[in-house]
Design a protein around this ligand. Structure first.
Ligand code: NAP
Length: 276
C-alpha cells in the first residue's frame, strides 16, 4: 500500500488518478484550491483520504500541506504534480498577470512543491516524483508559447532532478499527455482578447481545440491506470507519453529534430576552437 500526494485532484486527470489509487487500496492526500471540490472523494473513502486546500500560486501553503500529509500518513511514496491549466494566447497578446500566473501554476509552484518534499523523501530513502507535463513541451503550436514554456521547464527540471535524486532512491518521471477528456479545454483554458493578426495562427489552433472539446481521444481512467502501473517501480520510465496522438506527435518531432540537426551541422559544428 502506498501513500500518494496528488495536486489538482478536483477534476480531470488528478481526480481520476485519486479515484484509481483509492480503489486500489492506497492512501491519498488530495489538493485543490477549494477543499469543497474534494468532498466526494472524502465521502467515499473517509479513512484513506486527506483533502487539503492548496493554491500553487501561494507558496506559503506548500510546507503546511506537506506537514499535514506527514502527520496523517507518516510518509509520501508518490508525489504527483498534476495541477495546471492552459493559456491560449500569442505571447504578444499576453500581459504580465497572465504570463506570471501560468508560469507560477505550471512551473514555479510544482518546483516549490518538489523542493519542499525532497528532504522528506530523502529521509524516507525512497519516493517517486511524477509531474504531469504536456505534448506542448516538446512539439508545440502557435498559442501555447507560455503554457509550452512552463511544461518544457518542468521537463528540463525533472531531467536534472532525476540525476540529483537517484542517489537517494528517489525516482522522477514526467507524464506527457496529448488531449484527454477533462476540464482542460473548458474551465482550465485561459484566454485573452485575440489580436486580428494572430487569427490565422493562434485563432486556427484555438478553433481546433474547441472542435475537439468533449471528444478528446484520451481516456483519463486509462491514463490513471498507466500512471498507477509505473508508480514506485524499481526502474520507472523517465518519460511516459500518454495516448496515440501524443506518441505520434512526439515521434514526428524526433524525426524533424534529427533531420534539422544533420542539415545544419555544417554551420553549427565549426563554432568550437580548432582542436590542438
Ligand atoms: N487534458 C488534457 O488534454 C491535457 C493535456 C496535456 C496536459 N494536461 C495537463 O494535465 C494536468 C491536469 O489537467 P486536466 O486535464 O485534468 O484538467 P482539469 O480537469 O481542468 O484539472 C486541472 C486541475 O488543476 C487544478 N489547478 C488549476 N490551477 C490551480 C492552481 N493555481 N493551484 C492549484 N490547483 C490548480 C484544478 O484545481 P481547482 O479545483 O483548484 O481549479 C484542477 O484540479 C494539467 O497540468 C494539464 O496541463 C492536460
Amino acid at each position: 500500500m502506498k501513500t500518494w500526494f496528488i495536486t489538482g485532484a478536483s477534476s480531470g486527470l488528478g481526480r481520476t488518478l485519486a479515484e484509481t489509487v483509492l480503489r486500489h487500496g492506497d492512501n491519498a492526500i488530495v489538493t485543490a484550491r477549494s477543499v469543497a471540490a474534494l468532498a466526494g472523494l472524502v465521502e467515499r473513502h473517509p479513512h484513506q483520504v486527506l483533502p487539503l486546500a492548496l493554491d500553487l500560486t501561494v507558496p506559503a501553503g506548500i510546507e503546511p500541506a506537506l506537514s499535514s500529509a506527514l502527520e496523517r500518513f507518516g510518509a509520501i511514496d508518490v508525489l504527483v504534480n498534476n495541477a495546471g491549466y492552459g493559456l491560449l494566447a500569442a505571447l504578444e497578446e499576453t500581459d504580465d498577470a497572465h504570463l506570471l500566473r501560468n508560469l507560477e501554476t505550471n512551473l514555479i509552484g510544482p518546483l516549490r512543491v518538489i523542493r519542499a518534499a525532497i528532504p522528506l523523501l530523502r529521509q524516507q530513502g525512497h519516493g517517486h516524483i511524477i509531474s504531469v507535463s504536456a505534448i506542448a513541451a516538446f512539439a508545440n503550436e502557435p498559442g501555447f508559447s507560455v503554457y509550452g514554456a512552463a511544461k518544457a521547464g518542468l521537463e528540463a527540471a525533472s531531467e536534472a532532478l532525476a540525476g540529483e535524486l537517484a542517489p537517494f532512491g528517489i525516482a522522477v518521471t514526467v507524464v506527457v499527455p496529448g488531449p484527454f477528456r477533462t476540464d482542460f479545454l473548458g474551465r482550465s483554458l485561459d484566454t485573452v482578447p485575440r489580436l486580428p493578426v494572430y487569427q490565422a495562427t493562434v485563432g486556427k489552433f484555438a478553433a481546433l481545440l474547441s472542435s475537439i472539446d468533449g471528444k478528446q481521444p484520451g481516456d483519463p481512467t486509462r491514463a490513471a491506470e498507466a500512471i498507477y502501473a509505473i508508480a514506485g517501480l524499481p526502474k520507472p520510465p523517465f518519460r511516459l507519453v500518454l495516448g496515440r496522438y501524443a506518441s505520434n506527435k512526439f515521434e514526428k518531432r524526433l524525426h524533424v529534430l534529427e533531420a534539422e540537426l544533420q542539415a545544419w551541422k555544417a554551420v553549427g559544428m565549426p563554432t568550437e576552437y580548432p582542436r590542438a
